[in-house]
Design a protein around this ligand. Structure first.
Ligand code: 13P
Ligand code: SF4
Length: 311
């Protein structure tokens, strides 16, 4: 494995490629990447990277988002079947249906959605920016999708009326991080702090000590005055916590908290991507331009600079 990791680094250098990996990737894939982060950080890194080729170890909507933001770069996915089942739960006909039903309500879409849906939205957010952006909007009624759990988290934290679009969309990994599982884990480690993702159900969030994106959870483990943590998100973040804070101990809520799509990407596939230029991800330019306008509006509201307009 070490030999393959070394070959990947050499090939990436030779080809001027940057490797980005999400916090849920396999430990060895995280370790070979130039940068590991949450959805927002990876979007920003993809824009900032001084590289012609980006190998993106993440699920479909993340790679597509990098392609939207970087039309001049070659964006490669090591495994095109690595999908996010939640992103597939919101499509253009559903957007049109809710637009008709709630005229005048702004539509905020989660980054876990596809280019066409983003191009039809008013704003795009990530788990780390959703509440901040919605709290800045003048309107009191907001359409938000996909993910009914993140929608209810945004409602709780902003005091606004948030309608989930569609009503019953969810992440199959986080829906299973139940309050009962947290209570069981707490019995095994009563002093541990509970850190969860906002995609978890409301009852789970209610008994958590901290709620945030994957990178916010990792940072919280470093900053909190505690030695042990129960991690209420996909187990990939445990590798980063152990690496960054070797004196701290992070436990999974359950060994099943695994996103199988994230785990499809292996070192072999990253290497294959680098040597064969596969698999390139492209977005229809008209849709991409509309989606960029929505992303730019969202980044502006959040105070994030958009490099493609600086030129
Ligand atoms: P983050 O933006 O927190 O990394 O989350 C992405 C995701 O897919 C969570 O399941
Ligand atoms: Fe999608 Fe859930 Fe996997 Fe995140 S953990 S990529 S939301 S299926």
């Amino acid at each position: 494995m070490e030999d393959l990791a070394r070959k990947i680094r050499e090939k990436a250098r030779e080809r001027g490629a940057t490797i980005l990996a999400h916090n849920y990737q396999r430990p060895e894939v995280q370790d070979v990447a130039d940068f590991v982060g949450d959805s927002l950080e990876l979007s920003i890194k993809a824009m900032e990277a001084d590289a012609e080729i980006i190998v993106f170890a993440g699920v479909d909507f993340m790679v597509e988002q990098a392609a939207i933001l970087n039309p001049e770069k070659k964006i490669l996915t090591p495994e095109p079947s690595s999908i996010c089942p939640m992103a597939w739960q919101l499509d253009p006909p559903i957007v049109e249906e809710y637009r008709r039903k709630y005229p005048g309500a702004p539509l905020v879409v989660y980054v876990n959605s596809f280019a066409e849906v983003k191009s039809m939205a008013d704003y795009v957010v990530t788990s780390s920016s959703a509440s901040k952006l919605v709290s800045k909007l003048d309107e009191e009624k907001i359409l938000f999708g996909p993910d009914r759990n993140l929608a209810s988290f945004v409602a709780e934290t902003t005091g606004k009326e948030v309608v989930a679009v569609p009503l019953n969309s969810y992440c199959p990994v986080h829906i299973d991080i139940t309050m009962e599982k947290i209570v069981m884990a707490k019995k095994r480690a009563p002093d541990a702090k509970v850190l969860v993702h906002p995609e978890c159900p409301p009852e789970t969030r209610r008994i958590a000590d901290f709620i945030g994106s994957t990178s916010q959870i990792i940072r919280a483990a470093g900053e909190m005055d505690a030695e042990r943590f129960i991690i209420g998100t996909e187990n990939g973040v445990i590798h980063r916590i152990s690496k960054l804070y070797p004196k701290k101990k992070a436990y999974p809520v359950s060994d099943d908290a695994i996103c199988p799509n994230m785990k499809k990407i292996t070192l072999e596939k990253v290497y294959r991507s680098l040597i064969s230029n596969e698999f390139a991800v492209r977005v229809d330019e008209k849709i991409a331009e509309k989606a960029r306008t929505v992303l730019e509006r969202s980044f502006n509201l959040l105070g994030v600079e958009v490099p493609w307009r600086k030129k």
